[in-house]
Write a protein that binds this ligand. Structure first.
Ligand code: PEP
Ligand code: MG
Length: 561
């Protein structure tokens, strides 16, 4: 029998699939410079472009209407980009200058790509969307098949270099039973939508997966991050049915979160707006553990007034009128540029003026936001017993914590801080006395502990919250939390990993906040272990040599449920 071959990527959504590989349909060949359209034909050429662009936009809108939630929003946003007046104007300029429509599309899009890349962060991530609309409109102009998802009849595993948000959002998960991408990261759009669709997903699997041929049978394990060729069909089929059983157990799980022996672990949701908060309320979430306020304002060019901000915050507060809501003050900067926060151009924005640091130079920006939160609390119809906690991102020193807490207290708000800078974890004993709670942001804590950019696909092995160095900082924070009677939660992606959730519980974390789609998986896993086992798992992970060893050691102690 042929020996199996295993490729490894970054595990994003758990679940096992065994099916034929298909690759996403290729992008069109891009035109070269040179051809010139006669002046008399330029108007017609522009009309031809408009017709193709409208067809693509209408098709995306149709798909958006047929989808729900984040998928629908992503498709609507992509359709909006095809209708964007600035982009169309840039194409028109090219055609008026004599370029054929396809070449004018390329030059106009390249201009926008350069601008977005210069801004960096979330804007740079939108570059995939821009290339996607460019390719769709060019294919339409030429009468070629729309690039992207192939038509399939049976179950398949979808392979791609990277998936555009539009492709991911349009996925029929009864056919596309797993996703594997060569590029991307655990926080990319593909990953976010795959979590929502709950389809097994592996990203950053690397160039080596290009050797996988269409039609080859592959086994994908979204929890282990493995893609196996030549797997024993019997073994693969057993793994698929076990994973389906596990999924059924997860679907049956009901909160609140607790271990098998009744140790409570509050399970909360991460949200970015009222829609996400309402979706979270439909899940087993016990409240909101992270409201990322900056996401509400990524496209705002001027600062919304206190009243306008309050109206946005109210929508989230009112989705959970009886439960705890943790609001994070603006985490502008780095990968989340907020135009009105006026950040300087920096060589190294992840290590620059971001999060609370922006407010140090612009305190009124923070106090207006705190006023808006206080106003939203006052105006929203919430139970007296439902606390609103407010926390600052990127706190590094006790003095920063004290200053933030002072501003919150002046407004009657309960103050906390994110622990996402290693210095804050190490100085927890000096920071905690100023605060009522802390929440560990494992995404940034991992990035800064491992000195590895969280967006880099090559460094995905380092930006892994299973790294014992990160776990040791969490352990230290929890120990100090006990000593100072300060609640310690986790709100990074680590909280979405069921096995790691057991480790975090064993370390002493009291609440876990994750995407609402991940909550049931975490809850079902916690319900299957007792606290003592979580403590043993935590000890094993802390004493491992690396992230892979930590995972393996914990799997020896806890069988995934
Ligand atoms: C984190 O860093 O873990 C976190 C929750 O914040 P964000 O991902 O928004 O930076
Ligand atoms: Mg962070």
């Amino acid at each position: 029998m042929t020996k199996d071959t295993v490729f490894k990527g970054t595990a994003v959504v758990p679940g096992v699939s065994y099916a034929e590989a298909v690759w996403i349909r290729p992008r069109p060949q891009l035109p070269q410079a040179g051809a010139v359209v006669a002046e008399s034909e330029r108007e017609a050429e522009f009309e031809r472009f408009l017709k193709a662009a409208d067809t693509v936009a209408d098709r995306l809108t149709e798909r958006s209407n047929a989808a729900v939630g984040a998928a629908s929003e992503v498709l609507a946003a992509t359709a909006g980009m095809v209708r964007d007046r600035g982009w169309r104007k840039a194409v028109k300029k090219g055609i008026t200058g004599g370029h054929p429509a396809d070449y004018a599309i390329v030059t106009a899009t390249t201009k926008f790509i350069t601008q977005f890349e210069a801004v960096g962060g979330v804007m740079a991530e939108r570059v995939t969307d821009l290339r996607d609309i460019r390719d769709r409109v060019i294919a339409e102009l030429r009468g070629e098949e729309e690039p992207g998802l192939p038509q399939v009849t049976g179950e398949v595993v979808l392979f791609a270099d990277d998936l555009s948000p539009a492709d991911t959002a349009a996925l029929d998960t009864t056919r596309f039973t797993a996703l594997v991408t060569e590029l991307g990261g655990p926080t990319s759009h593909t990953a976010i939508i795959a979590r929502q669709l709950n389809v097994p997903c592996i990203v950053a699997a690397g160039e080596k997966i290009k050797s996988i041929q269409p039609g080859e049978m592959v086994m994908v394990d979204g929890a282990l991050g493995t893609i196996t060729l030549n797997a024993d069909p019997e073994v693969a089929k057993t793994a698929v049915s076990e994973s389906k059983l596990m999924a059924a157990r997860v679907a049956q799980w009901r909160g609140p979160g607790k271990t098998k022996d009744g140790h409570p672990v509050q399970l909360l949701a991460n949200v970015q707006d009222g829609n996400a908060a309402r979706a979270a309320n439909a899940s087993e979430a016990e409240g909101i553990g992270l409201f990322r306020t900056e996401i509400c304002f990524l496209s705002a060019t001027t600062e919304p007034s206190v009243e306008e901000q309050a109206a946005v915050y109210r929508k989230v507060l009112e989705a959970f009128p009886e439960s705890k809501v943790v609001v994070r003050s603006l985490d502008a900067g780095s990968d989340k540029p907020v135009a009105f926060a006026n950040m300087a151009d920096e060589m190294n924005p992840a290590l620059g003026v971001r999060g609370l640091r922006v407010a140090r130079a612009n305190e009124p920006l923070l106090t207006r936001q705190l006023d808006a939160i206080a106003l939203a609390v006052k105006e929203s119809n919430r139970s007296e017993d439902a606390p609103i906690w407010v926390m600052a991102p990127m706190v590094a020193t006790a003095r920063e914590a004290q200053w933030f807490a002072g501003l919150c207290e002046e407004r009657g708000l309960i103050a906390g801080a994110m622990i996402e800078v290693p210095a804050a974890a190490l100085m927890a004993d000096k920071i905690m006395p100023h605060l009522s709670f802390v929440s560990i942001g494992t995404n940034d804590l991992t990035q800064y502990t491992m000195a590895a950019d969280r967006m880099s696909p090559q460094l995905a092995y380092l930006t892994d919250p299973w790294q014992p160095a990160v776990l040791r900082l969490i352990a230290h924070t929890c120990k100090e939390g006990e000593r100072f009677d300060t609640a310690v939660g986790v709100c990074g992606e680590a909280a979405a990993d069921p096995l790691l959730a057991c480790v975090l519980t064993g370390l002493g974390v009291k609440s876990l906040s994750a995407a609402s789609a991940a909550i049931a998986g975490v809850g079902a896993q916690l319900a299957a272990v007792d606290l003592e086992t979580c403590k043993q798992a935590a000890e094993a992970a802390l004493n491992s040599e690396g992230a892979t060893e930590a995972r393996a050691a914990v799997r020896e102690i806890i069988q995934p449920k």
